[in-house]
Design a protein around this ligand. Structure first.
Ligand SMILES: [Mn+2]
Length: 393
């Protein structure tokens, strides 16, 4: 029989702090200590802290600074759907996440993680994450395109300062345009947008096309040169001729043709051909089949399976390009926090895979950037996998 020891802090009730061992089979009472107090979210102007954070998880003061910040952006001003509830997605996912509690580790800057008992994978184990709260909507700017500008700018600044990645949760898909426009970019840096979506979001509309919206922001990003290339994955459905769009920087992998291998190959080709050195991931929930997740404003049937799309997201994050942030958008809000449809668990599960994957990506670059030579070797060697590059370090 192995001896057990306190591994996770599970509760603070006044001066009684409770810890559990690795398997949650034994519980212990701990002496309160400064380093075991929670790290409070940063005080960001224009951002309201969450009433309770994602997964009820708070890193401890003794842990390292968070390297993945979660930010809600409850904006629906960029959608064409009347009375859309997509501003409520971040809240719905946060409430859903409270059913899957993650506890901070007592030994090191880790946590009790989440298990996907379908795939057998353990997720988020070493991810130093923190819920930063929800952007406040500036009523005075409600008619402008970006009424959440103040909060988003503060969160992006804080992320840059802490060398953390930002995970935004929409809102409609127009938030991706604002995030990419406001996110700092080194001079000469070239970025690729990796987009999971059923639609191409490149719409042309004789009247409204000057305003970036959820259905045309990709065209704006390409024409402004905000991104060097966009790789769209999961597209499907019929379009009329005037709904088609092409651009030298637009690369598409349809739902029928998407596989993890293809995503990997195309992104590696794009990295070389367009000389990109950074990436941003955006996940539109309508890329999931409406049978799996029907709570979107513009569903398109015959989507990929959950396993395929998850494996494609994972493959996209394994490509040796440094991701600088990500978002999830276009899911509807819920009527009542007490009756969240079961499908929201799937949206949350996808978010967890994205967070796990982007943190792996971040760590690969953190490791490799300690020795510039290793990074050079990794980035220039076609066909050299991330793992080989890292082992050389
Ligand atoms: Mn979209």
């Amino acid at each position: 029989m192995t001896t057990s020891e306190p591994a996770y802090l599970v509760r603070r009730i006044a001066d009684t702090w409770i810890a559990a061992d690795e398997t949650f089979s034994q519980f212990y009472e701990l002496e309160p200590a400064k380093e075991l107090e929670p790290q409070r979210p940063p005080d960001l102007p224009g951002v309201e802290p969450a009433e309770a954070p994602f997964f009820l998880y708070e890193p401890l003061i003794g842990h390292r600074a968070p390297q993945l910040g979660i930010l809600g952006i409850p904006h629906s001003g960029g959608t064409s759907m009347l009375n859309s509830s997509v501003a409520g997605l971040a809240h719905a996912l946060r409430v859903e996440s409270w059913k899957k509690v993650i506890y901070p580790s007592l030994q090191e800057s880790g946590n009790s993680s989440l298990y996907d008992i379908g795939s057998g994978r353990r997720l988020l184990e070493s991810v130093a994450m923190q819920d930063w709260g929800t952007c406040l909507m500036n009523e005075a700017e409600a008619d402008t395109a970006v009424p959440y500008q103040k909060g988003l700018a503060a969160a992006l600044d804080h992320a840059l300062d802490q060398q953390a990645l930002l995970c935004c949760i929409g809102g409609d898909h127009s938030i991706t345009h604002a995030v990419l426009q406001m996110m700092a970019k080194a001079t000469g840096s070239r970025r690729v947008l990796v987009q999971f979506d059923a639609h191409h979001d490149c719409g042309i509309d004789a009247i409204h096309q000057e305003h970036p919206s959820h259905s045309n922001f990709v065209r704006h990003l390409l024409e402004q040169g905000t991104v060097a290339a966009v790789v769209q994955i999961g597209l499907r459905g019929l379009r009329s001729a005037d709904q088609m769009y092409s651009h030298p920087g637009l690369i598409q992998i349809s739902a029928e043709h998407m596989t993890p291998e293809r995503v990997s190959r195309v992104l590696n080709e794009v990295r070389q051909k367009y000389d990109v050195d950074s990436a941003y991931l955006t996940f539109d929930l309508d890329s999931l089949d409406p049978g799996s997740f029907p709570f979107v404003d513009f569903p398109i049937a015959a989507g990929p399976t959950w396993q395929n799309i998850r494996d494609c997201v994972t493959a996209a994050l394994e490509v040796p390009i440094a991701y600088q942030g990500m978002d999830m958008v276009e899911g509807q809000g819920v009527q009542s926090d007490r009756h969240i449809p079961g499908q929201y668990e799937l949206a949350l599960r996808m978010l967890v895979y994205m967070m796990d994957g982007i943190d792996r990506n971040r760590r690969q670059f953190e490791l490799s950037s300690r020795t510039g030579a290793a990074r050079e070797g990794m980035l220039s060697g076609a066909g050299v996998s991330m793992n080989q590059g890292i082992q050389e370090v």
